[in-house]
Design a binder for this molecule. Structure first.
Ligand code: FES
Ligand code: FES
Length: 182
């Protein structure tokens, strides 16, 4: 029986071929094999959420997954949020503006939790955001500022979408190739 297995992972859009022990966790692979240390490890048994990443768009605890389990999935870590030039994402900026972090240890996990959640539930209410945020642990902030940050980001994204829709020319709906008979 071999103690090393070949695993192909796609992380932040990049493919990696790894020879790793079958029971190596996704968190250890991200941090130690790929150098993506933005994914933090706290409890290492699924409680704190510091290790949250996105697996096919859904938030998941990287400490509870073997890397081999997610071979065919698209994995995103907190490093994927900022632009190529290092510009912070809207969600990251909201955390900064609302002081949604203090020591910052929990922050990557909250960011990925919120990123996955808002993609799935863009119309989430403040109460729903509060409930989702409660699944990760923060020992510093008291959570209120984290809820503020996620709620504000959701509102801004909705406003940006509405503004984009408002710029669609009204005549677009009446063009001959739009299917309109007018
Ligand atoms: S380190 Fe994974 S849930 Fe705490
Ligand atoms: S900001 Fe310190 S644990 Fe959350």
């Amino acid at each position: 029986m071999t103690d090393v297995q070949l695993v192909e992972l796609t992380v932040n859009g990049e493919r990696h071929d790894l020879a790793i022990p079958p029971r190596r966790t996704l968190a250890d692979v991200l941090r130690h094999d790929l150098g993506l240390t933005g994914t933090h490890l706290g409890c290492e048994h699924g409680i704190c959420g510091a290790c949250t990443v996105l697996v096919d768009g859904a938030p998941a605890r990287a400490c509870l997954l073997f890397a081999a389990q997610v071979e065919n999935a698209a994995i995103r870590t907190v490093e994927s949020l900022a632009g190529p030039d290092g510009e912070l994402s809207d969600l990251q900026r909201c955390f900064g503006e609302h002081h949604g972090l203090q020591c910052g240890f929990c922050t990557p996990g909250f960011l990925m939790l919120a990123e996955g959640y808002l993609a799935e539930e863009p119309d989430a209410s403040r109460d729903e955001i509060r409930e989702v945020v409660a699944s990760n642990l923060c020992r510093c902030t008291g959570y209120e500022t984290i809820v503020d940050a996620v709620d504000d980001c959701a509102s801004r994204r909705r406003a940006a979408l509405q503004a984009a829709l408002d710029t669609v020319p009204a005549t677009a709906a009446t063009r001959p190739d739009s299917g309109s008979t007018t």
